[in-house]
Design a protein around this ligand. Structure first.
Ligand code: HEM
Length: 344
């Protein structure tokens, strides 16, 4: 699909394989668990251009849905393509109801949201990462049967990862090079209460958030730092004199974004944010986060943010809940989503 490895063997799958190997010769050995494989584009790294395209699926049956997924799985030069599905895919058409990831539902409206229906949800979501907007566009231009466009947004990331409010993104993210942490926080595992085909996938939350730039720009740097709880230039958390990865929460304003997020277990989600600029008046942030457990992850953090100072400067208007399909297993000819098609 791109230059990145298409699959990564999950640590749990690897350990399961070792455990089975250790039991070789023992007649009661359980059958080996298939190694979890993941799609690219989740753990990063971030790239300069980012596009999300949501679709309604028009395929009429599972055979046609398989054709759609097979076409989406074909390699694309210079771009990383990640395919995710929404709760509506599991409704009635494909007899997939019992295969739905347990926590996948339609994204509810949160306190500060003003959701525009034309910018929300979708049966299927394609995420594209590339070095240029042209490469991202080209990845979405190839013919894929059975899809009707629903919404689409192009994003970008500045080289120093600063968002349009001028603050750097990512400091409080978990370490993606720590495979055990990623198994714990991001990837659905074999012991989770989920259909078996979900192992190696991840819940993806998308929030399209308009930023009130003129109001923000009228604030002083000190006022802006109070809103986030970090210094604008250096990223150092308020109340600390250096960056050591830690936070001194009582020294931050009670409604500071970072304090609220951290207090509600924010480091349990892997965040990736990109900026968008649709017109001079409509600029903002495409917030995404990946997690193994949607309720303990995004929903808990989002509820913890209710009433935060940042609410005065942001307006979430779209997005949705999706589930990133597991990747094709190494050494197989699987397409992305094949195990879902064969499920149930
Ligand atoms: C437009 C909206 C948003 C902006 C501009 C924004 C910006 C930021 C910034 C600048 C930081 C500090 C650097 C970092 O750790 O990345 C941060 C931290 C964080 N944000 Fe946001 N954010 C937004 C929305 C959200 C949402 C919707 C959530 C989750 C529901 C979220 C969760 C977090 C978490 C968990 C942290 C890390 C806290 C820690 O250090 O433990 N943010 N955000």
């Amino acid at each position: 699909m791109d230059a990145e490895p298409v699959t990564e063997i999950g640590r749990r799958g690897f350990l399961a394989a070792i455990a089975v190997a250790g039991l070789a010769g023992c007649t009661t050995a359980p059958p080996p668990r298939p190694a979890a494989a993941h799609q690219p584009g989740v753990l990063g790294p971030g790239r300069a251009a980012f596009t999300l395209a949501a679709f309604d699926v028009q395929a009429q049956n599972r055979v046609e849905l398989a054709d759609t997924l097979r076409a989406l799985s074909s390699p694309v030069p210079n771009a990383s393509v990640t395919v995710a599905v929404g709760a509506s895919l599991f409704k009635d058409r494909f007899d997939l109801y019992w295969s739905k990831p347990r926590q996948l539902e339609r994204m509810p409206e949160f306190r500060n949201d003003v959701l525009a229906p034309e910018w929300c949800h979708g049966d299927l979501l394609v995420q594209v990462l590339a070095d240029t907007p042209e490469a991202a566009r080209a990845a979405l231009a190839r013919p894929v049967p059975g899809l009707a466009p629903r919404w689409r947004i192009d994003g970008f990331q500045s080289q120093d990862s600063r968002n349009l409010f001028g603050f750097r993104e990512g400091a409080g993210n978990p370490d993606t090079s720590n495979a055990a942490a990623m198994d714990d926080l991001v990837w659905v595992g074999p012991d989770d209460d989920e259909p078996e085909w979900c192992v190696g996938g991840s819940y993806l939350v998308v929030r399209l958030i308009r930023l009130a730039m003129p109001t923000w720009d009228r604030k002083t740097t000190e006022e802006q730092e109070q809103v986030f709880g970090r210094r604008k230039e250096s990223d150092i958390p308020l109340g600390k004199s250096e960056k050591d990865g830690g936070l001194d929460l009582p020294k931050m304003p009670v409604d500071a974004h970072v304090r609220r997020a951290a207090e509600s277990g924010g480091r349990r989600i892997l965040r990736r944010s990109y900026s968008y600029r649709r017109s001079a008046e409509d600029t903002g942030q495409i917030f995404t986060c990946y997690q193994r457990d949607l309720k303990r992850g995004f929903e808990t953090v989002q509820r913890g943010l209710a009433g935060e100072a940042l609410e005065r400067y942001v307006m979430p208007f779209g997005g949705g809940y999706f589930f990133v399909l597991p990747g094709p297993r190494t050494g197989t000819q699987e397409y992305v989503g094949q195990r879902l098609i064969n499920a149930g």
